[in-house]
Design a protein around this ligand. Structure first.
Ligand SMILES: NC(=O)c1ccc[n+]([C@@H]2O[C@H](COP(=O)([O-])OP(=O)(O)OC[C@H]3O[C@@H](n4cnc5c(N)ncnc54)[C@H](O)[C@@H]3O)[C@@H](O)[C@H]2O)c1
Ligand SMILES: [Zn+2]
Length: 357
């Protein structure tokens, strides 16, 4: 796939294998002078040798910076460390930044690349499900602030995204399962045929069979590519990617951050969104959507979540317009619509149903 965007150059998303990355890098004519590869400890401990050899094979000068894993690393402190290290290493406008890791590394290293010398060439090597199908595509980068997540950031288009689904084989079980929520989301909002494929291939996906993961990542990434191509700077349609997220963000908050993973909260949120959708669009095949979502393993029990608290949290969400509740709903499988001013009684009832079945 090749992403063409109206505001900046297009970039390729290659789903291949690590041993072919060097040839893709050279095909993209990335400057061969120097590279800084950023990764986190979990990824580097397992895949560091292969990633380091890749850098050494193409660039004249390489350095690696390995960051503490976890969301708390999307911080000003880590950013400062990256800046310090970059100037110590010696960079110029052609120094390439390689972000090799999950969404945390992609967002943090991407933002460092966006801001160092007003923008250095960036290559994403996404290693988690979320990074491969979602965060490495679309150009959003950033860090968190005590006032909220992703509040400091920039759009910075990568020169290439190099994806090897084999990385997913080493993801912890719960991270892998959580990432599948975003995969299911992409099918439900925009590709009914992919939804059918997912329900047929689910067992092979859970076994993490190589060929199956490759197809899954390609098809799920293609949905994100299509949606962001239509709406690069997030004026409208891109909002369908928030399917399940109005509920999901509220669940993460009300349950206490960390109780549900993001993906688990989105999975429960998508169930609520499907129930809401079937009230508004009775011809929707809600059973198909609910059956697919229910295959995503969810560790915590959602039945204790109070609908009232969730609705209060949703009103405060930055995605709600002036206190009005806004939801992404399914008109049919593969077709999402944005609905404003939904009746609160419907929302409460959708939450109750999502908690039980
Ligand atoms: N920029 C965007 O458009 C966008 C979109 C979605 C999410 N995000 C961001 O992405 C982040 C979440 O991404 P994530 O779920 O990848 O989180 P993450 O980067 O924290 O990775 C999850 C965990 O898996 C580990 N890991 C990653 N790849 C691995 C591998 N191959 N083998 C073993 N362990 C591995 C990481 O060390 C980490 O512990 C959030 O900060 C979110 O805001 C950004
Ligand atoms: Zn998400």
């Amino acid at each position: 796939v090749r992403v063409s965007v109206k505001t900046s150059a297009s970039y390729p998303v290659h789903a291949t294998s690590l041993d072919k990355f060097a040839s893709h890098i050279s095909a993209e004519r990335l400057p061969p002078g120097s590279v800084i590869i950023l990764s986190d400890e979990n990824v580097w401990n397992i895949h560091g040798d292969g990633l380091w050899n890749l850098c050494r094979s193409y660039w004249d000068r390489s350095t690696a910076m390995v960051i503490e894993p976890g969301e708390q690393s999307k911080s000003l402190e880590q950013l400062q460390r990256i800046y310090d290290r970059a100037f110590e290493f010696g960079i110029d406008r052609n120094t390439v930044i390689v972000a090799a890791g999950g969404g945390v590394i992609g967002d943090l290293a991407g933002y460092a690349a966006a801001t160092l010398m007003r923008g250095l060439p960036l290559v994403h090597i996404p290693t988690s499900v979320i990074a491969q199908v979602d965060s490495s595509i679309g150009g959003k980068t950033g860090i968190n602030h005590p006032a909220g997540k992703n509040l400091i950031g920039a759009f910075h288009t990568p020169r290439a995204v190099l994806t090897d689904p084999a990385f997913l084989r080493t993801l912890p079980e719960r991270e892998f399962a959580s990432g599948l929520a975003e995969v299911v989301k992409h099918a439900l909002i925009s590709d009914a045929g992919f939804g059918e494929w997912l329900s047929r291939q689910w067992d092979a996906i859970m076994q993490r069979e190589d060929e199956t993961l490759l197809t899954m990542v390609k098809r799920a990434a293609a949905v994100k590519v299509r949606v962001v191509e239509d709406d690069v700077l997030e004026h409208g349609h891109r909002a369908i990617l928030n399917f399940g997220h109005t509920f999901g963000h509220a669940i993460e908050k009300v349950a206490g951050y960390g109780a549900f993973t993001h993906g688990e909260a989105v999975a429960v949120g998508m169930k609520a969104a499907v129930h809401l959708s079937s009230m508004l669009y009775p011809s929707l095949d809600a059973d198909f959507a609910l059956t697919l979502i229910d295959r995503i393993p969810i560790v915590p029990d959602p039945s204790d979540l109070a609908a009232g608290a969730l609705i209060d949290a949703m009103r405060l969400d930055k995605k709600s317009r002036s206190g009005q509740l806004r939801f992404v709903c399914l008109e049919e499988i593969g077709k999402a619509v944005i609905v404003d001013g939904v009746d609160e009684a419907f929302v409460a009832s959708a939450i109750e149903r999502a908690k039980t079945a």
